[in-house]
Ligand binder design. Sequence first.
Ligand code: ATP
Ligand code: MG
Length: 155
Amino acid sequence: MTATYTFRAENEGDTEQFGSRLSTQFSGGEIVGLIGTLGSGKTRLVRAIAGALGIEPRDVVSPTYVLLHEYRGAHPVFHFDLYRVADRDEWSELGVDEILEGEGIALLEWADRFREQMPSSWLEIAIEVHGEHQRSFTCTAHGNRYEKLIASLQS
Ligand SMILES: Nc1ncnc2c1ncn2[C@@H]1O[C@H](COP(=O)(O)OP(=O)(O)OP(=O)(O)O)[C@@H](O)[C@H]1O
Ligand SMILES: [Mg+2]
């Protein structure tokens, strides 16, 4: 099984649908690392997922200065922005490990900055920009928990 799936979005509506489809796969305890350049759509995808979980989409903003936002929806959602997290010490201070061990859904922007700190199982979503409104989202499973999720996205 190739544990990868690519979704192509022609516009934000498609991204919204993809976020909603992803959220139906979540049961709690999922860890999703979002990777992509500035403005690629990491926060936009988090907003789509959160909205589908019953969270007010307007509450979802880039946690760039706060580093972590917590939202209450069908599941607790922890939204990290690791862009300004300097090193492992700051990672620990932020309590990331404890949250990743919990039952909330963790969405981490810039997860590629801390690949070595990520747990053995997580879902990677790499975003590529193809035009003003076009994006692709490539999901890769790290650890077998997410292989099943990817298989469901493929079908
Ligand atoms: N199909 C699309 N999917 C997602 N975002 C889109 C799409 N089309 C256009 N956009 C726009 O791209 C921008 C994505 O911004 P967003 O804040 O989500 O990026 P980001 O990856 O979180 O950036 P940063 O690294 O600064 O946090 C938004 O302005 C959004 O409106
Ligand atoms: Mg962002």
